[in-house]
Design a protein around this ligand. Sequence first.
Ligand SMILES: [Zn+2]
Ligand SMILES: [Zn+2]
Length: 276
Amino acid sequence: MKNSVMFFAVLVSNVMLLVSACGNESNLSPSTTSSLPTTNSTTSSTGSSSTTTTTANALTSLEIFKKVYGATEVYIEGNYAIIKANGLPDHKSPYYKDTQWATAKYEAYNGANNKFALNPNRIVSQSYVFKIPINPAKASNSSATPAGPIGISLNGVPFYNQYAAMNAPLTNEANGFDQYKGHPQQQGQYHYHVEPTYLTDQKGKDALLGFLLDGFPVYGPLEKGKTVTNSDLDGYHGHSHATTEYPNGIYHYHITDADPYINGNGFYGTAGTVSK
Ligand SMILES: [Zn+2]
Ligand SMILES: [Zn+2]
């Protein structure tokens, strides 16, 4: 044990030398620090422990929100994660037809819905700025989810709530969902109201899939090998326990295969903001 501590101490000092030698601290320091979280606590007796602890906590939040791999930028500002995204899905879609990305990303509908009908909208690049609390807390008065983005999924595509325009059910709109279960609205904002199947295929049905605006994470429809149903969840469409990303436990939403799919009666926590 003592040897490994020594090893880490040597490693740390070597890394520090590298950092100063390269003079490129802004690129190197985040990954350097984040790859050595245990070292921070192990070597805290050598000094500046309070500073390193603060950095480690901030990086933990940053690392979690950086799971949004489709974001163009993710950083922490005060008590918020700022996530910028263009909202372009990283998978193919029939809604890339006639767009500047069509050559690489257009794919005709090949899903299972024989009522599928391509809607007249096409995917347009957006300038989303999500401001999401990094220490989410239950709201004393929960607020309804708005029309438009209510959260962001890992590939940078927004989640929408369980309603079509004018709070109508999704029944008709769902026939416009492409083979990855998303579609664009009139301004070309591509979005998911239901399970983003490209992400669950890539990451697993039980994976972290994104965050709602209140900072609480969204997980897939499987948990410990069992499919989650609406009856397993509270009115907001979530429950609390430890997850891979939050080993100390956290409230989280689950996506299910039945209405309301992602969120129920509004945000469990106090929502941040999104501008576009
Ligand atoms: Zn929609
Ligand atoms: Zn759960």
